[in-house]
Every structure is written in C-alpha cells, then in structure tokens.
Ligand binder design. Structure first.
Ligand SMILES: [Ca+2]
Ligand SMILES: [Ca+2]
Length: 421
C-alpha cells in the first residue's frame, strides 16, 4: 500500500508569535543582494513553535526574483537544530503556502515574488500537520462555536501526551472535521513543540486580540478554464458502459481520448468515466487539439472522485510532446501528493467526494499554481521536468499490478485544458 506522508505541507495554522527576530536575507547576485525587508510577523498568525521570521520582498510587485537567500541562523534552537527543519511559507490571504526551496549551509534559497510576504518557520511534519489540520477544520467550519471553546479544543487536540484517533473528536466536540478520516491518528508527538499549547490560549502578539486560528478551508469549486480550448470532455455524449468516444463531442476539433485497461462511462452526478484497476493499469489520456505552443499560459481543470478504500492511488500528469511532465499528482482516498521540481507536497482531504482541481500554468517561467475546490494550495511551483516543450496531453493512470492487484478506482469528469494567453 503506497502512502506518502513525509513532505512538509502548506496547510499551516499560525498561532501567536513572539517578536520579530532580526535577520538579513540576500540573493546570491554578483553585484548586490536583492533587498528582502524584515517585517513584523502577522499578529496571531504564527507558527506552533516560538519563533518565525517574516519578510517582504522588495521590487516591482509580481516580479519573480530567483535564488533569494534567507538565513535560518537566528531560528536555530533547541527545538529545531538544523536548517533542514525549516520551511518557507508564502502568505496568500489568510493561508500560508509552502514554497519550493533548496538549502545551502544555513540558508534557504527560493525563487520568490516581489511585493509578497514570506515567513521562515519550522516545517510542519507528521502528526503535528494532521493535528493542526483537524484543529483548523473544527474551528473554521463552525464559526458559531463560542470563542471560549477554541482554547479547549486547541489544548485537547494539540497538547495531549497520548495519540488518539480522529474519530473520537465526534465524542469530544460533536463533529468530525470535514475531510478527516476517523482512523487518522492525532496528537501525541514527542516532544510537544515548545509553547504550542500556550500559544493556543494566550492573547496574540502583545495585543488584546484573542488568538485566532487562521487557515482557509475548501470552499467553492474551481472556476472554469477560459481561453482557447485545447481539450474538453464532459462525457455527456458517451454511452454508459462503453469506453468514452475517441473524439470528444463539441469544440475543439481535433482533441482526442485514448484509453487502455478498464475505463468505462458511468452515470455519476452526470456522465463521467471511471478508471478501475484490473490486471492491467487503467489509463485515460486526453490529447490536445491544435493551438498549443511552447510559450504562454495554460489552464488545466478536472473533477475527480476516488473510490472508497483505495488500496492504490491514481496518478495524474500534464505532459509535453517530448514526454516531459510538469508535475505528478498522486491521488489516494484521503490524501494527494504533488511532486514538482524537487518538491513533494501533501494535501489532506477526503477525496472520495468529487473535488475540482485546477492548475494555472506559466510555461514561460515553467511554474504553476494549483487549486482544489477553488482554494489555492500551492503557488509558483517549479516544473518537475524543465525540458517540458509543447503541451500535449493530460493523463490519468492507475499503477501496474506487480505481485498483487490492489483496488484503485477513480471517477473523472469535466476535463478541460485551455491556452489562456
Ligand atoms: Ca472535440
Ligand atoms: Ca459529465
């Protein structure tokens, strides 16, 4: 059974923080360092441990600045002893998104965007990440919950010395957060991060504001992809029980579908295709009509729903004519793992309900953003393979059976790819 649980995740809850720790960050430019201004970390929005550093990147807003260096030296502490224990998060509204980075000595190096705010903080790993997500869901999904409940929820979830199953949250708080599996293990990590429990219950940032839990949970479906359509299939003209038509009805002309293994049209919310793993991998390939080039911006969107009790994931890729892939998204029943250039990103959700996925792709920069149900989950991620040339197809496949053939089922609808400029 393949599971992917090691990468840091962007879904962070930022609780009260101590004062800004002074630090400079510079680029490795030959002439002069790129200016990165330390700023006050957002009040009430800081990491579980007691320190983080916030920066605003100078320059013309929106400009990508490569290889900017951020020192971790002021943050090295008893809790986090090495630079590898830190991550870079980009502020996006109330959310914090993990940014791809490399490590060089005690510095983290990333491509960043001028005008935006970045926070260097300990990376979220393991139970902590899952527990913070549970806390987020409980506090954000139920805004009418009395404010006094939040410290109680916080300490019960984060500060217990023993791990417990998410299913017991129903008894404790009357509900299980949306998207959480009852069998997920929460809490009980060792050591408990310093000040974490205290941060939950004390006023934030020296103000009288109560601590807030700030993390955006999924909301609206991702918007449609606009622009010149390269591929579009909603399967409404297909026959239930058969393979989908090799030429999807409607515009654009020239798009095509290729399948192998067990891929059939089903009646879901509307007509859709279902990939079922059998002795052969199930493969759905959407091949683009004309109009793609090796420059410009593209939009990729689909709606997908995992089978219950997936024993193997489905793998989604966006591919070029030269077979390079911009990313690999491995979707399971309760998590998805995005692999791009040097980065693995784990997204915890219940994927057994229909979820909309959208990718905004900048082929000039070989970078992309990803949205799930309308919420941005990663920003400015580098391509998996930078040799990527002309966009060619989008592909979904279950793995090949080797010794045993575990079940994998994925229902796919509204697959659409456009060139947006
Ligand atoms: Ca067509
Ligand atoms: Ca449909």
């Amino acid at each position: 059974m393949i599971k992917h649980k090691t990468a840091a995740i962007s879904l962070a809850i930022f609780v009260a923080i101590t004062a800004l720790t002074g630090c400079t960050a510079m680029s490795k430019g030959k002439t002069r360092p790129h200016r990165v201004e330390p700023i006050d970390a957002p009040k009430n929005l800081v990491f579980s441990r007691d320190r983080a550093i916030a920066y605003r990147v100078a320059g013309k807003a929106g400009t990508v600045i490569r290889d900017v260096e951020f020192s971790t030296r002021p943050l090295i502490s008893r809790d986090v002893k090495a630079p590898a224990g830190f991550a870079i998060y980009e502020q996006s509204g109330e959310n914090y998104i993990a940014v791809a980075h490399q490590q060089r000595g005690d510095r983290l190096i990333a491509d960043v965007i001028a005008g935006r705010t970045y926070i260097i903080a300990p990376a979220l790993t393991g139970h902590l990440r899952v527990s913070l997500l549970a806390l987020c869901r409980l506090t954000i999904e139920e805004p009418r919950r009395p404010a006094a409940d939040i410290p109680r929820i916080c300490t019960q979830i984060l500060c217990g010395s023993q791990p417990f199953l998410a299913g017991s949250l129903v008894d404790r708080f009357g509900s299980l957060p949306e998207g959480m599996s009852p069998s997920l293990e929460l809490g009980g990590w060792d050591p408990i991060p310093r000040d974490l429990c205290e941060a939950c219950t004390r006023p934030g940032g020296g103000s009288d504001d109560p601590p807030t839990i700030s993390l955006v949970c999924p909301a609206a479906p991702a918007p449609e992809c606009d622009g010149q359509v390269l591929f579009n299939d909603d399967f409404e003209s297909d026959s239930v029980g058969s393979a989908p038509a090799s030429s999807p009805a409607g515009p654009p002309p020239g798009d095509a579908v290729s399948t192998s293994g067990n891929v059939t049209v089903v009646n879901a919310a509307s007509r859709a295709v279902r990939l079922s793993r059998s002795s052969q991998p199930a493969v759905f390939e959407g091949i683009f009509g004309s109009g793609a080039t090796d420059t410009g911006s593209y939009c990729v969107r689909f709606v997908g729903q995992s089978g219950v009790d997936m024993r193997e994931p489905v793998i989604m890729t966006f591919n070029a004519a030269n077979s390079a892939s911009a990313w690999q998204l491995v979707i399971d029943d309760n998590e998805a793992v995005l692999t791009s250039g040097g980065v693995r990103f784990i997204l915890l959700r219940d994927f057994t309900v229909p979820r909309s996925f959208r990718f905004d792709v900048n082929l000039d920069l070989k970078r992309f953003d990803m949205f799930v149900d309308g919420t941005q989950v990663v920003s400015n991620m580098p391509f998996l393979d930078t040799s990527f040339d002309v966009p060619s197809d989008v592909r979904f496949e279950t793995g090949r059976c080797i010794l045993e053939c575990f079940t994998a089922e994925y229902t796919l609808d509204d697959v659409r790819v456009t060139k947006t400029n």
